[in-house]
Design a protein. Structure first.
Length: 275
């Protein structure tokens, strides 16, 4: 087995950063050199190339064919069940605000599915799942495949309350020992699809809640502002936007007002003047 050279020149680093920004809007720089090497070396091996410089040339000449695998390799998919749990404590209040009709929730940047399944469990445990539609999207097709299956290692759910584990997951046996699978009613409540937030969004209904957490930190300020406004436009009046712990919105951006820890409500313009 040949040894793959892991050296990455400044020129190739810039090339990969430029492609990442062009294809996804993600801002990478010299400080991400080791991350880029560790992510892209997998594609180098998969393609049978000798080094990252060769991959850079391959990417340039085969962009249409390679861009999905490049995006899947470069995107970050750190996630966990009930991450930033205060959001899931606030989420059921949409059932009090809208007592009739369907509730629509969007998990934008859903990664391997732990966030939308946490949403589904929350709505199930508060008696709201039957009237809830969950849309879950990500740019990475590989994590969407994992999310759609709803299968995880048991260690990934062990911090969930044991009674909730029994309610919402099936334990694997035999060759599947150590694995769990989300029960059918959870998986049936979620629609998974690929969406690049930096491209034209598919036609979607207005949502009562949108989760986009620890995604916007990878974009520059102008892109963040653009996305804040687009998310606000995709919310019903009174709807909630949940962001990550290090993400903030400028005052009244897109008629969004901070109401709790990284939790925003969409208000009417007249409400903002008196809020």
């Amino acid at each position: 087995m040949s040894v793959i050279t892991r050296d990455l020149s400044d020129a190739d680093l810039k090339l990969f950063c430029d492609y990442a920004n062009r294809l996804t809007g993600i801002q990478l720089g010299p400080g991400k050199r080791h991350l880029i090497i560790s992510r892209l070396i997998r594609r180098v091996r998969a393609l049978g190339l000798p080094d990252l410089a060769s991959y850079g040339r391959y990417l340039t000449t085969n962009l249409a064919r390679e861009q999905t695998d490049f995006i899947n390799a470069i995107t970050t998919n750190l996630t966990s069940f009930f991450r930033e749990n205060h959001h899931f404590q606030t989420l059921p209040t949409i059932g009090d605000t809208w007592r009739m009709g369907d509730l629509r929730i969007w998990s934008a940047g859903c990664s391997t599915g732990m966030e939308p399944y946490s949403i589904a469990m929350t709505m199930a445990d508060t008696g709201l799942l039957e009237r809830t539609q969950i849309q879950a999207t990500d740019i990475d097709t590989q994590v969407l495949e994992i999310a759609t299956r709803g299968e995880y290692k048991y260690v990934e759910i062990e911090d969930i309350d044991p009674a909730a584990q029994r309610r919402h997951f099936v334990r694997g046996v035999g060759r599947n020992e150590g694995l769990v699978r989300a029960k059918d009613y959870l998986r049936d409540s979620i629609t998974f699809s690929q969406v690049n937030l930096l491209r034209d969004w598919p036609k979607m209904p207005l949502f009562h809640a949108i989760f986009c957490r620890n995604v916007l930190i990878y974009f520059d300020q102008d892109t963040q502002t653009m996305l804040f406004r687009k998310f606000a436009a995709q919310l019903v009046t009174g709807g909630l936007l949940f962001l990550g712990h290090s993400e903030t919105i400028k005052v009244n951006e897109g008629h969004l007002k901070l109401i709790g820890r990284t939790t925003y409500r969409k208000l009417e313009g007249s409400e903002l003047k008196t809020a």
